[in-house]
Design a protein around this ligand. Structure first.
Ligand code: SF4
Length: 267
């Protein structure tokens, strides 16, 4: 019996399939829950604070409001969030969580001057059909620069990858470029990845040539996903990621049985 195709293809799903098809099957095809990590939830909180900051011009005109007003505004939301609750942090761990988030936000203020930013969209959800492939992505921030050109800003709450891995991290960026071309009919002038963990900015541009190569890659990956769903053949690919994979006990590479995952995780 064939497995159902995922309803959308996102940058996260594309990376998941490329990294480990079996993990992709668990998360994107069977939609089995994953255990969130502190780093993941901290990333969500930092994104939420920045979203509030740039959604309101009064905040972003004055950089100090990021920590003074937006962070307290976002705290109740994250504290009630199911992923935050599932971390089961004790009092001192909660303090560490918010102290660490504040450091990331302070780092952010060292990287950009909010007074010079003209945000024209925040947490922008884009969807479109690309040759029968349902693409979906959320752009952290869309700016207009002084020349009226579009710039995509993507916040990363970890550290910048070593230079040898930078190219592979740019797939998400090209994905946004493709979505913008499909939705607005134009390419962004620049895409900036802001690594708040170590205050490093990686700038990239999407040319027609690089976009064409990326389109071919999207089609090839979607075809491979269709084939894998059809044959139910999703192979495990081990790597450092296995250390924090929520499905390790059901992975044959670790002696587990994938068929037991659904019952164990969904009951
Ligand atoms: S444990 Fe490793 S190989 Fe197995 S599903 Fe997870 S990421 Fe893939």
């Amino acid at each position: 019996m064939a497995l159902p195709l995922p309803s959308t293809l996102t940058p996260t799903k594309m990376a998941a399939y490329t990294d480990c098809p079996l993990q992709f099957r668990f998360s994107a095809v069977e939609k089995l829950p994953q255990m969130p990590s502190v780093a993941m939830v901290k990333g969500s909180f930092v994104h939420l604070v920045l979203e509030k900051f740039y959604s309101n011009n009064e905040f972003s005109d004055e950089p100090s409001t990021l920590l003074r007003e937006c962070m307290p505004l976002a705290k109740p939301e994250i504290i009630e969030n199911s992923e935050f609750l599932s971390l089961k942090l004790n009092e001192s761990e909660v303090e560490d969580f918010f102290r660490g988030s504040e450091v990331l936000l302070q780092n952010y203020l060292c990287m950009e001057d909010p007074a010079k930013v003209k945000a024209i969209g925040v947490e922008l959800q884009l969807e479109n059909d690309f040759e029968g492939i349902p693409l979906r992505g959320i752009i952290d921030r869309l700016d207009e620069d002084q020349d009226g050109e579009i710039v995509i800003i993507d916040y990363k709450t970890g550290k910048a990858p070593p230079s040898a891995y930078v190219e592979s991290r740019l797939n998400g960026v090209k994905f946004y470029g493709l979505l913008l071309e499909l939705n607005l009919g134009r390419l962004p002038k620049r895409i900036s990845l802001l690594y708040l963990g170590d205050k490093v900015t990686v700038d990239s541009s999407v040319t027609n040539q690089s976009l064409n190569a990326f389109k071919a890659k999207v089609k090839a990956i979607w075809k491979a996903i269709e084939r894998a769903c059809d044959t139910e053949d999703f192979r495990p690919v081990t790597s450092r990621r296995c250390n924090w994979c929520s499905y390790q006990e059901f992975c044959p590479a670790f002696g587990g049985d994938p068929e037991k995952a659904r019952l164990a995780l969904l009951g």
